[in-house]
Every structure is written in structure tokens, then in C-alpha cells.
Design a binder for this molecule. Sequence first.
Ligand SMILES: *[C@@H]1O[C@H](CO)[C@@H](O)[C@H](O)[C@H]1NC(C)=O
Ligand SMILES: *[C@@H]1O[C@H](CO)[C@@H](O)[C@H](O)[C@H]1NC(C)=O
Ligand SMILES: *[C@@H]1O[C@H](CO)[C@@H](O)[C@H](O)[C@H]1NC(C)=O
Ligand SMILES: *[C@@H]1O[C@H](CO)[C@@H](O)[C@H](O)[C@H]1NC(C)=O
Length: 425
Amino acid sequence: MAATTSFPYPSAIFLSVLIISGFIFPETVNSMGINYGQIANNLPLPDDVVPLVKSIGISKIKLYDADPKVLKAFANTGVEFIVGLPNGYLSKVQDPAQAQSWVKSNVQAHLPATNITSIFVGNEVLTLNDTSLNNNLLPAMQSVHTALVGLGLDKQVAVTTAHSLSILETSFPPSAGAFRRDLTSCITPILNFHAKTGSPFLINAYPYFAYKSNPKQVQLDYVLFQPNSGSVDPATNLRYDNMLFAQIDAVYSALGSLGFKKLPVHISETGWPSKGDEDEAGATPENAKKYNGNLIKLICQKKGTPLRPGSDLNIYVFALFNENMKPGPSSERNFGLFKPDGSPAYPIELAAGNISLGNSSSSSGSGSSSGQGQVNPISNGGSPSDSSGTPYLSISSAPAMKRWDVIGGIPMTWLVVSLVMKHVL
Ligand SMILES: *[C@@H]1O[C@H](CO)[C@@H](O)[C@H](O)[C@H]1NC(C)=O
Ligand SMILES: *[C@@H]1O[C@H](CO)[C@@H](O)[C@H](O)[C@H]1NC(C)=O
Ligand SMILES: *[C@@H]1O[C@H](CO)[C@@H](O)[C@H](O)[C@H]1NC(C)=O
Ligand SMILES: *[C@@H]1O[C@H](CO)[C@@H](O)[C@H](O)[C@H]1NC(C)=O
């Protein structure tokens, strides 16, 4: 965890940057989660992040630790949290006393004001190929669960862990999805734990990495949820026109083949970088805008994947901010929807229905609700919000806080709408 220095501007300025930036997010983005990573030395103070998160209608946040400053800032906001128990603690929390003490100070201390709904114990542990970490994973999960039981919190706080998609040995066609054979003996008891305790299976899935490693073979439209003919899974006859859904269904298949067909799968991370090194194909603001904009639209449609139609797509976008201290290639530091000053990293828009909050793009959406998995292109020129480069103050009269209240009161039957993030400064 990197040190966080304080935000150089007072909150009022931060808030006005945000308001002037101009956003319209559909009310049902409510169902989208976001990863709040903090490997940076220039992020705003958590108190200043609250209005930002509220303004875009996000109601679920995933943290990589249990940063008390963040959890306190979001007290009584209605935002749900997944907190993380970092890999370095796995060995320690096998001691029941340590587990209980971790849960007391990192979870119980914040309840009920901050709604912590789950703890993910370890991040992408099984693909680090570290045998002792692997062996510690399930015992740590069990120990944390036992601590929750002891504190009477196990009904409200679930225990899980987040996996990299590379725990799969086969992911295409989706029906052939299978876990790495050398990991099966480790995964199976973890799946039993999920089934027994009722916690979801978390997977981090990035079509971006598939594209980056093979830009000549992988069709860009297919990874960006743009219109394309897709391909049919010969075993199920299901058509896939985007890679993320194919990846999710591959996970369902892998789970099914081990006898865990009913386990819910949540996408704990997915996203697209707006910038990368020269050899990182596809890392552009335009592609990031398409990926995240189309993804938000799909989440709003609530149609599920081809193999699990109607299932809730519990997706946490990576990430809230660009993180300037992440190691690795440039793309790693550029996955954020926002820059550290709270302005959008790139404009992102969505038109998936007829009704807009305010009246910014009424009936510009093009009847998107037909066809399983069908993705409409984000039109350029259909709605006023499309005009690139034009400052567009869609909610200029409504302060962020007020909008949140309005959003909360809007009937879910409303079709969504329009989403605009325009950086006008
Ligand atoms: C916390 O979130 C869960 C899951 O959405 C919800 O069922 C519960 O009512 C929330 N609790 C509070 C106190 O808001
Ligand atoms: C871990 O092991 C797998 C299977 O042997 C291999 O494919 C993968 O590259 C390894 N990952 C790392 C990070 O070493
Ligand atoms: C949206 O527009 C379509 C086509 O113009 C129309 O059939 C539909 O009734 C509209 N939906 C709403 C909620 O207004
Ligand atoms: C949108 O609202 C503004 C201000 O309330 C009004 O002037 C304008 O006519 C409206 N536009 C549409 C298309 O309803």
C-alpha cells in the first residue's frame, strides 16, 4: 500500500470541479460497483471522494484493504463495501485470535454505519504459484468466517477471495471452461466453502489483456462490446458477441464441471486502460470509453450472460482513479475512470433508453432492449451529449448531493438513459 499525501485543494473546489465536469449517469448504474485502488500519492482525500462516487450513482465499492479513512468517510451513505484482507495476512489470520482481532477492528468497528457486505481474503492468490500461500488460503478464509460467526456477523458479512481469470486452463469455447488441473485440488474445497457459507465466487476478468497479447487475432469490436457477428459455442449453440461474457460463462462451465453449477459468480475486476506504452495495443481513451460505456449499458440491461440469462451481473469496474504508483507497464497506471483531481480520465457516455434524467438526450437511445447480448453502438451524433469536444453541462443546476437523492427515488422501471462524462475544464 502506497502512502497517500493529502489532496492539495479544499473540498469545495474539488466538488465544484466535479460539478462543472458535468455528468449524467443513469440511475441504474446503481448496480455497478467500482474498485477503489489507492496505489498513488496524489489521490483526493476520502471525504472528497464521497460526492464523486455519489454523483455517478455508484453504490458498491471494493477496497483492497480496509482503509479506515475510506470506511469512515462513507459512513451513512448507503454505499456497500467489499473489504480486502491482503495476501500478507493469510498466514497470520489462521490464528483464531488474530482473525477475530482483524475482523473486530477492520469490519465490526465500522458496522452498521458503513455497510461492509463481504471480505475478500487474498487477491489472485492461486495464480501466484506460491505453494505456501495456496495452502494458507482456505484456512484463512475459514478462520475469518469463524471469527464472524463468533461476533454474530456471519449472516451479514460474506467471506470470499478474488481470482485471476488465469486460474482457467481452458476458456474457449465457454462450454469447455475448465480450471487449471494443478489447481483443482486446491479450488474444490474452496468451492465447498462458498457453497456452505453462501458466498459468491469472485473473478477478475480483462478482455483487454487478451487483446493486448494478440491484437492481430482478437477482434477489437468483440472485446469492446461493439456490434460484431460473434461466434457460436458448438456445444450449447449459444452465440457470444463479446469476450467478457464468454469469459464469465467459461467460469460458470468450469464451476459446473466440478459440481458447483449454482455458485454465483461476481466479476470483482474488469476494465480498460486509457493509456499505455507503445507496445500496448488498444490502450486509448476511445477504447476505454467504448469498453466501460458499453459495459455500463449491459449492466443496466440486466440480461445476464448467454449461459445465465437474467442473472445479476455483479461487476466491479477497475478502477475509480488512475494510480500513479502502480508498477508495470503504463497501462497499469491508467485504468481509472477519473484522474486524481476528480475530472474524468476521458469522456464516457451511454444512451440505452429514451428517458433521461434532466432532458439531455431524450429519445436518442436506439431501442436497445432487444436481443440477448446484443450491443448497440454508441452513436456519434444521435444525442446532444455525443458532440465531442463540446462542453456539456447536463446537470449543472443540480448539485451532486441532491442528484443522489433524486436518483434514489427514481423507479427502477424507468429505462435508462444517458450517461455523459464530459471534462470541460
Ligand atoms: C447492506 O447491504 C445489503 C446488501 O445489499 C443489504 O441487504 C442491507 O440491507 C444493507 N444494510 C444496510 C444497513 O443498509
Ligand atoms: C504459474 O504456473 C502456471 C502453470 O504451470 C504457468 O502457466 C504460469 O505462467 C505461472 N505463473 C507465474 C506467475 O509464474
Ligand atoms: C422508447 O422508444 C421506443 C421507440 O421510439 C418506444 O417504442 C418506447 O415505447 C419508448 N420507451 C419509453 C419508456 O418511452
Ligand atoms: C430541457 O430543459 C431546458 C431547461 O429546463 C429547456 O429549456 C429545454 O427546452 C428542454 N429541452 C427539451 C428537449 O426538453
